[in-house]
Design a binder for this molecule. Structure first.
Ligand SMILES: NC(=O)c1ccc[n+]([C@@H]2O[C@H](COP(=O)([O-])OP(=O)(O)OC[C@H]3O[C@@H](n4cnc5c(N)ncnc54)[C@H](OP(=O)(O)O)[C@@H]3O)[C@@H](O)[C@H]2O)c1
Length: 285
């Protein structure tokens, strides 16, 4: 059963149990009991999310999770059109709404086009998950200009492009979330350049949260520990070795672990978290 089906099933099962005092009909006079229950359990209904880099990994899990909460979702990718379409089709098959759109975050015009396509499809945006990223590692002495430059273009310039567009277009009451990394507290050898681009996400988020003051928009970073995705697996099994043993919760992170944290930040219950970097790593840092 998909996450969306599960959310719907939970919603229906819990509907009968939500006490009448939780309905807003008496207080606000506008919401019916059913609407109030749906707001409680499906906070994304009527809202729209853009998730960059959501053809796979953490981005795909986040897109599925937000769709399960009722958000219409714009999927974005660089090269994997088939995977991105598959994520969008799964969301639609579960009763949700999704589009997928190619766009290199490093290109400002591509990001404007992504937001334009989202607006044409869904009318606006409430949540932006600034997730697309790459990890090139190696000693300073051996990292090529190309590997360093591509990482700066994607993780730093790309993130700036996405946040700039988000700052211009996210509707009042929205959420902006960037993927940093727990690695910024560990900074192992070989990861200096990557860690620097991820540390920037914390700075971007703290500053943007203050810039958007007064619009009820929260801006945060999320810092996963090691998560089992292509980003790590491309470096071979050695990149994963020893991580479960070194983690107090004794396992590797899964993309869904991070999607749940992002969903919390998007939820009404997460509204007071603003300008923070939320570390989610099973206790390894
Ligand atoms: N995995 C971890 O252990 C971990 C830990 C901490 C933080 N993070 C951060 O979490 C984020 C997601 O990581 P992940 O592990 O899910 O990575 P992943 O599995 O490698 O997926 C990366 C996603 O980003 C997309 N992408 C890459 N370059 C892009 C570009 N220039 N423009 C648009 N999309 C682009 C990819 O699209 P294509 O499929 O088309 O290539 C893919 O959808 C990254 O920012 C990463 O730094 C990951």
């Amino acid at each position: 059963m998909s996450e969306h089906d599960t959310s719907r099933r939970n919603f229906l099962a819990l509907s009968a149990a939500v006490p009448a005092f939780m309905t807003m009909a008496g207080a606000a006079g506008a919401q019916t009991q059913t609407e109030a229950q749906e707001t409680l359990l499906m906070p994304g209904v009527g809202k729209v999310a853009i998730v960059t880099g959501s053809s796979r990994g953490i981005g795909a899990a986040t897109a599925r999770r937000l769709a399960g909460l009722g958000y219409a979702v714009s999927i974005n990718y660089l090269t994997n059109a088939a995977l991105a379409d598959q994520v969008a089709r799964e969301i639609e098959a579960a009763g949700g709404r999704a589009i997928s759109r190619q766009g290199d975050v490093a290109e400002p015009d591509a990001i404007k086009a992504l937001f334009d396509a989202n607006e044409a499809a869904f009318g606006g945006v409430d949540v932006v998950v600034n997730n697309a990223g790459i990890m090139n590692v190696g000693p300073f002495s051996q990292m090529s200009d190309e590997a360093f430059g591509r990482m700066i273009a994607t993780n730093l310039t790309g993130s700036f492009n996405v946040l700039r567009e988000a700052a211009r277009r996210v509707r009042d009451g929205g959420r902006i979330i960037s993927l940093s990394s727990s690695i910024i507290r560990q900074t192992p050898a070989m990861t200096g350049a990557y860690s620097a681009t991820k540390a920037a996400q914390e700075i971007f988020s703290t500053a943007l949260a203050k810039e958007l003051a007064g619009r009820n928009i929260s801006v945060n970073a999320v810092s996963p520990g090691a998560v089992d995705t292509q980003l790590l697996r491309q470096h071979g099994e050695a990149a994963l070795r020893g991580i479960p043993e070194a983690t107090p919760l004794r396992r590797l992170g899964q993309p869904e672990d991070i999607a749940h944290v992002i969903a919390l930040l998007c939820s009404p219950e997460g509204a007071w978290i603003n300008g923070q970097n939320v570390f989610a790593n099973g206790g390894i840092v």
